[in-house]
Design a binder for this molecule. Structure first.
Ligand code: S3P
Length: 445
């Protein structure tokens, strides 16, 4: 989890935000663009690709399996697809770094190959549960070895299993598990059907269709028939709403702020953060709405607002799953109490985001009471914590804590272990500075 040398952020209390920016490319779509581009017949050209560590690890993994992929240049990447059956056995374990998405989706693809492979990750990823993907893959006939009860990485995937289609009911609302099973389904005999308990991001389904693969969605069921082929296409990756969310909250909580976030993906399975902030009283307007390559995008204008505490509707939780660290900050700055329930998945993200964010807010003087599946947060005055805030190497905790500084009474907020911001949002510090949130980065001893 920790990179060496490590970085800490020092953020002066207060400030306001003004201006327009395009934040980093969407991480979910960037991973998928490499995966499907590599497995397609023909050349796929991607623009807006996220040059963050997570998606770069996915890119390297496919290179290690013989796929020619250009070095990303200003978000442009060209992939010479090898077809669904064209990957070659990697010579060493594939390192997915910090990324649960990469490991879980790759597991589905690799289960369908005729060679053996091994997936490894960093300290954080090595503690994340993989049984949620190995269980359905086993039902399809895959042979994947993992470690211990929870099925932890490393994952050893035995090739040549000969997969069978499956009807699988997801035990949790997880786009990663859904995607893993559907990707394995490309290699399976017959139909693979996944039923989800609540809507989750549907980029895999949309992108598969963009590559000419028929995916049927009926209500909460998605299915495809194995044995088809993917045809190369061009992909325009919009800005990541999960990265935009930091500035949406920042401009809402800071006084005299008015910002516009450009060309942000607003797929309805990702816009829970907008709905939740609006319920809290945020001033958010969407303009320039259009569809680009099968995904809706818009410019998002956000102005300062007096936020109020709410009970977050549980149906919005999977649609805002990555935005809770910064939504906790919004709740801390709101008037009254915010109650989050039905969010136990936050406990198995890059860190236990319920515990880690509750701690961070408590150290800034806020009453935040973690519960098994959420948190109760009383809005109040934030103060500079005596000790540095420990992000636990979690990129989104680090960025959310930096945003909190905008409403700290005086002094400065120091945040430890911030190197992993590069996994999802390279350029966060520079873009923040452009909008008026000055973060000093220091190499920690
Ligand atoms: C992702 C799905 C989500 C999300 C992750 C990206 C994806 O995870 O937290 O950052 O790209 O499919 P779950 O589907 O496990 O909730």
């Amino acid at each position: 989890m920790s990179h060496s040398p490590n970085i800490r952020y020092i953020v002066k209390a207060g400030g306001r935000l003004q201006g327009s920016v395009r934040v980093a490319g969407d991480k979910s779509m960037s991973h998928r663009s490499i995966m499907l581009g590599a497995l397609a017949d023909g050349i796929t050209r991607v623009t807006g690709f996220l040059e963050g560590e997570d998606s770069l690890n996915t890119l390297k993994a496919f290179r290690a399996m013989g796929v020619e992929i250009s070095d990303p240049d200003n978000g442009k990447v060209t992939i010479k697809g090898v077809g669904l059956r064209g990957l070659k056995a990697p010579k060493s374990p594939l390192d997915m770094g910090n990324s649960g998405t990469a490991m879980r989706l790759m597991c589905g693809i690799l289960a369908g190959q005729d060679f053996d492979s091994t997936l490894i990750g960093d300290a954080s990823l090595s503690k994340r549960p993989m049984k949620r993907v190995t269980a359905p893959l086993a039902l399809m006939g895959a042979r994947v070895d993992s470690q211990g009860e929870k099925g932890l990485p490393p994952l050893v995937i035995h090739g040549g299993a000969g997969l069978m289609g499956v009807e699988y009911e997801l035990p949790m609302a997880s786009a990663q598990v859904k995607s893993c099973v559907l990707l394995a389904g490309l290699y399976a005999e017959g139909t693979t059907t996944v039923t989800e308990p609540a809507p989750t991001r549907d980029h895999t389904e949309r992108m598969l269709r963009g590559f000419g693969y028929d995916v049927q969605t009926v209500g909460n069921q998605m299915s495809l028939v194995g044995g088809g082929k993917l045809t190369a296409t061009d992909i325009d990756v919009p800005a990541d709403i999960s990265s935009a969310a930091f500035f949406m909250v920042a401009a809402s909580i800071a006084s005299n702020s008015d910002i516009t976030l450009l060309h942000v993906g607003i797929n309805p399975t990702r816009t829970g953060v907008i709905d939740i902030l609006r319920l809290m009283g945020a001033d958010i307007t969407l303009t320039n709405e259009k569809e680009v390559g099968g995904e809706p995008v818009a410019d998002i204008r956000v102005r300062s607002a007096h936020l109020k505490g709410i009970s977050i509707p549980e149906k919005l939780v999977p649609l805002a799953i990555d935005e809770f660290p910064v939504l906790f900050v919004a709740a801390a700055c709101a008037q009254g109490r915010t109650v989050l329930t039905g969010a136990e998945e936050l406990r198995v993200k890059e860190s236990d985001r319920i515990a880690v964010m509750a701690n961070a807010l408590q150290s800034m003087g806020i009453l935040a009471v973690p519960t098994e599946d959420g948190c109760i947060i009383e809005g109040g005055q934030l103060i500079a914590s005596a000790a540095p805030i420990d992000s636990h190497g979690d990129h989104r905790i680090a960025m959310a804590s930096a945003v909190a500084a905008l409403r700290v009474a005086s002094g400065e907020v120091v945040i430890a272990d911030c190197a992993n911001v590069n996994t999802s949002f390279p350029g966060f510090v520079e873009l923040s500075a452009g909008l008026g949130l000055a973060i000093v980065q220091e190499v920690a001893a």
